[in-house]
Structures are given as C-alpha cells and as structure tokens.
Ligand binder design. Sequence first.
Ligand code: SF4
Length: 326
Amino acid sequence: MHPFSYTKAADTRQALDAGRDGGRYIAGGTTLVDLMRETVERPRTLVDISGLPLREIVVTRRGGLRIGALVRMSEAATHRGVRALFPVISQALELSASAQLRNMATIGGNIMQRTRCTYFRDVTAACNKREAGSGCAALHGVNRTHAILGTSDDCVATHPSDVAVAFAALEATVVLLGPDGERTVPFANFLLKPGSTPNREQALRRGELITAVEIPALPRPLKSGYLKVRDRQSYEFALTSAAVALHIRGGVIHAAKVAAGGVGTVPWKLPAVERELIGKRPSNTLWAKAAERAADGARPLQHNRFKVELLKRTVERQLRVVGGGK
Ligand code: SF4
C-alpha cells in the first residue's frame, strides 16, 4: 500500500474543501481499501465522510424516496418504506455482497464501486481503465464475465452494482453537492459508458460529493422485483440480472420500468422491452416477445456469447414473476 494522509471531515464544508484540493472521499471503504491494498488505487489523501449527516431515508408525500448517500446497504434493504414501495431495491441490495459488507458499504459507495474485471485488479496487465492508453487485456483474454452491451474497443468491463440496476430501471436521480452548489443528474447520465476514455466512469466534477439518490413516485399499484443469475448462490457478481417494475391496472400494463445488470458497461436500461409491454395485457406470450428485445445491439466476445440468450431468459422470467402470466 502506498503512503497516504487521512482526514475526517467534521462537516460538509470541510469535506468539500478537502475534495476540491484533490482528496478522495471514503465512507464504508469496502471497495477503495481493497484497491489501495492491491495498489490499483493510490490516493494521496483520504477524506473520511462517514460522519456527515447523509444517513436519512425519506418517503416523499407522493410515494417517492430520497436515500441519503451514507445510508448503509443493509439499512436501505430493510427500511419499511423501501420494502413497501420498491421491493426491487430491497431485493437488489439483499442479493449483493455479504451481510458483513452490506453493514459497512453505503449507497453512494455502491454506485461508485469499480469493476470486478480481473485485469483491472492485476497491476501487471494492460488496462485502459486503470492506466489510460495501456490497452485492454480482456478483449483477447478471458472475457466470460465481461459486457456485451455498451462496450468499446477500449473497454468491455461490466459495472458490478446490483442496486444501480434497480435505480436505472426506476429512472432515479443522483443529487450532487460541489464547490458550485447542488445539482441533480439523471441516473442514466451519471455512470458513463467507456468509449475512448474508460478511466472516466462518472459524471462527477472535481470535489463533488454524492449526497442522495432520489427515486421518483410511480403510479400505483406497482409491482417490482429483482432477479440475479450467477455462478453460485451467494457472494457472487451477476452474470445477468433483471430489475422490473410494472403498473398494471384494469388488466393492462400502463407503466413498465426494466433494466439489466451483468451485461452492460453501465446498468442497462431496456426501453425496447418497455415499449413492447405498454398498453398490452400480461401473458406468457407477451413476456417472451418483449424479452426478445433485451439483447438488442449486443456485441458478445469470444467467451460470453451465452449471455445473449441468458439475458433474454432472465428478463422473461422476471417479467413473469412480477407481472404474473397465463
Ligand atoms: Fe481494463 Fe476495461 Fe479492459 Fe478490463 S475490460 S482490462 S477494465 S480496459
């Protein structure tokens, strides 16, 4: 591990000042400390923000949510309002990591976590994300777990978060605070596809801090849920996953929010699937037809072609679980 200095911010102003001076924010530390041990990350200054007052979950009057950035994953997963309004968020969190990690890791840190691409974590391998311009060892290496959507010639790594898939499906907003004040960014624009700059992963400006994630109110009744397919049943990242929320009234689907994980360089919203569903009556035939669109635009690699079919089946199954079927 490289030498670094550590400071604990007493308040938000102190945190922002330190962030503006190049300090790196840390809260639960469940990703960053690992990466520092492996010398993948070498921050000079750590700014501990765990004492900031960002640990509240608020249910809005209209039935939306505001989840503070420092809320622990386990706190959000078990919160009554989250469970009642958006089971898809609770389920995505409970299917992530281990209980010990969920007790430490925060919501802000979860969406900021870095890829699990093994070449990224191996400092002897070529990796454009870790070191711009060095190449991508995964392109012609072992790429079974890598992305099939949103890839570029410079990076094919997946985003590892589960709850971010639920946030993408529900069209959440990320609330940021920086030296110039507060601003909000739609979740779809917050995490960046790699393009030619895979080392740039979020739409954060220098010194900005995530303060909350907001979930908009959606028409009720709303059924939702998360399905994660992985090599083993616990403590494993998704090969594919699906976050689904459906508003069905009078036997007709009036709103559909669908996104996939484990397949994209960012959580992958599925608008073509959503369009297939709106205005239709739930049926097994409809779920299968809509799920056929889930892999539109996929560019599989040598070892992950299986993800195309697995993704369609994951989405179809979760549509049926959430929406019922005949
Ligand atoms: Fe690095 Fe991305 Fe290539 Fe993995 S896929 S080696 S993270 S550039």
